[in-house]
Design a protein around this ligand. Sequence first.
Ligand code: ADP
Ligand code: MG
Length: 622
Amino acid sequence: MPKINVLPKNVAELIAAGEVVERPASVIKELVENSIDAGANIITVEIKNGGISYIRITDNGCGISNGDVPLAFLRHATSKIKVDNDLNSISTLGFRGEALAAVSSVSKVEMLTLYDNEEIGTHYVIEGGQEIEYEEIGCPKGTTIIIRDLFYNTPARMKFLKKDVSEANACAAVIDRIALSHPEISFKFIRDGKQTLNTSGDGKTKSAVYSVLGREFSNSLIDVLGEQNGITVSGLTCKPVLCRPTRNNQFTFLNGRLVRSGTIIAAVEQAYKNSAMIGKFPSFVLYVNVPFDTVDVNVHPAKTEVRFSDEKRIFEAVYQAVKSALSSGDTRPEIKLSAPTPAFNPFERMTTEQFRQTVIKTEEPKTAPNPPVYEHKQPTPQRLSFEASQKPTFADTYSFVGENGQKTEPVYAPKPQVEKIVEIEKEINEIIDEKPVIKVIGQAFNTYIIAQMGDSIFMIDKHAAHERILFNKLKSEHKIEVQALLTPITANLQKDEYNAIIDNLDLLLKAGFEIDDFGTSTVAVRAVPTTLIGENIQSLLSEMAESLIKTKSVQVEREENLFHTVACKAAIKAGSATTTLEMQSLAEKVLLTKEILYCPHGRPVAYEIKKRELEKQFGRIQ
Ligand code: ADP
Ligand code: MG
């Protein structure tokens, strides 16, 4: 049996530190909670390099008395619990007396503090758990704590840190959450010299939500206020039409502390049932207060899951509060019309997704480093042929399973073939030696260009066509036309949208947007694709951000999705006026470029009607 060793104090301390301090964001959480417990109402957090090289937290709280400073850095040193009975009625945030000990064992800490009842402050420096400096000093009321070189003495842990940007985002998220839970405290967050958050601290939930989540979100919220069985529910929730594809904007504060509770989320979402679209989730900031003895206080400060002694009671209270807020708000449900079913377009019977799947099933790409592009076997646009009976018949037949699960009639479908977009793009730009004459006859419904080329008439969906052309351009890095704005447009965004935008400035530049980071959830747009002049840039930014957020992890998908969004927005709209010149140019691009057959969403771009077929229809030939 090996001999039992008692670990040296510093080793034990390092092991313990690992539990509390995982990354800069967890340091910030602990230290800001200390500031809040100290009664501060102004708290400033500054970080550099994602908090790895530098974190500063300044508060105007009660400070620590000179004699207590070294004690505060000892494990299990806390001013918050004295006897075990206190454990059941904890209302402060931290109480394990571990944070300062943990942080100081894995970094270089400097503290300046002035205790309320003392005249002279304290300057204290502790590195890797070793006291370096302990002296009296003049300083303002409150506490400033600086953490330098986090994990400098634990390289293994250092390796687990992500890129600075990700660490900084995690820090920002922590502060957002804390700021939302304390509207009475003014929070500032400075990230690499740039202030990105400043809450007013005026005590109003709405002000905090406004600063943290952005103006647009805050302006579309409904107040929630309810009380049932000793449980109070207050806060803000969004209109059903503004539900989003992610749950990112769901914040629940239980007795002032941010928690994740499946019960509460389920209750809110239940209240939205039938008024929000399936697959979309409400954004909300809810403050739920319950008697302390009905929650299972999870004593691990890093965890946010909670359990209630009576889950049903909580569910009911939250459900009722949100439901009544929704029924009193302006949330009339919209009437949705069913999709029209045109006579000759076999693809309209399917959703885009069904279409894609059919195509994908037909021929799987073997290796596809780039996302696949589907196209016809023949280089000509889809052909419609008529029989004497007026019913269309098709060369190649496939059956599709319709939305109701039944097979549709057999329809013509193209045999897809997968190629790299780059190769296709090369061909797109191939100049055809002898340009056939293309005569634009006009347009129907301001939507379909009717053009004649050789022995055929073509009907071209101008939006789908333009969208495909722009998308191909973006994809191939042939810069699309960009126009600088005389006055840059500044846009205030929701926090997660803002982060998505500033994390992807390069990609956005590729898409034709020159954007500057203005800090505090604001960006300035300096240039946009020419075709987007006059569009609502703010809503376009949100849309682009949304697409970036959805496809966070996959680079190719993110780029592709962003380009879809931009191409779709920048393309001429169906129903809008188009000049003859524009129609001519579109028709030429579509008809002379073999690959422009489908829009990026998989809808066909053009139909061909052969002269011969018409003549058959009119009985000119047999
Ligand atoms: P805990 O918060 O669990 O008590 P910490 O290690 O985080 O443990 O802090 C130890 C003690 O140091 C606290 O109990 C508190 O008395 C004191 N302290 C820490 N930060 C501050 C601060 N910003 N202002 C005043 N006192 C503080
Ligand atoms: Mg603490």
